[in-house]
Design a protein around this ligand. Sequence first.
Ligand SMILES: Nc1ncnc2c1ncn2[C@@H]1O[C@H](COP(=O)(O)OP(=O)(O)OP(=O)(O)O)[C@@H](O)[C@H]1O
Ligand SMILES: [Mg+2]
Length: 248
Amino acid sequence: MSDALITVENVFKRYSGDEVAVKGVSFEVRKGMIYGLLGPNGAGKTTLMQMISTLLAPTTGYVRICGLDSVDDALEIHKIIGFLTTEIKLDPLSTPDELYDFFARLYDIPEETIEAKKEKDYGRFGITPFANKRIVELSTGMKQKVSIAISLIHEPPVIIFDEPTNGLDILTSRQVMDYLLELKEEGRAILLSTHIFSVAERLCDEIGILIGGKIVEAGTAQELTEKTGSENFEEAFFKLFKEYSGEE
Ligand SMILES: Nc1ncnc2c1ncn2[C@@H]1O[C@H](COP(=O)(O)OP(=O)(O)OP(=O)(O)O)[C@@H](O)[C@H]1O
Ligand SMILES: [Mg+2]
């Protein structure tokens, strides 16, 4: 049996008419591993991440999370994944504290442990001074840090983050990347999407290059660089993009 916590098997997604956003994607993410989907705008990253996190059903193919089916066992899956998408926003009129408490109770975190856990999570990302401000008043980076803290409140073994460093400055981006590496060390299975080479190169044990709804090549940044006869990973991506983006 495979030790994959995330299994994506020949997944297709057709939205309507002829628009096929994801065209036969397969890969696995194991415990203690970061898998990155790297692709340009419109490649299908968000569509794929939403299928993996049960928000969308695949048109064909299947997704399993810890052996559970993304369509039949969606409710069970919610308990074991931490999900961050570019599409879902925090309630603008709530405060970080209100949201944190709400989600802590939703996930049955024991009442007496919430404050200590909150202090630790807030401390990591410098959220404390903003705890009672409304979300609408926070900067993009602070909103993202609050979203990350809340999405991981139940300490899920599987983490699915769509563009976790999008819109963040290099300092905040680095904080988020360092945190993801810590979570990997703890043995979580992490799937992230990005269009930023340096994020993929620094974090990922395996990178799937997603172009036009297909993973056209996969491997470590070094393997992809060598496979394409490139000087560096950025050049490898451009070569693959040039080769595959003109398809159909
Ligand atoms: N709800 C929808 N209905 C119809 N088509 C959609 C829908 N969402 C996305 N698409 C289409 O599916 C394709 C893939 O979009 P998707 O948002 O998954 O790409 P992405 O890789 O996340 O892009 P980005 O880097 O811009 O976030 C695009 O052609 C897009 O127009
Ligand atoms: Mg997207």
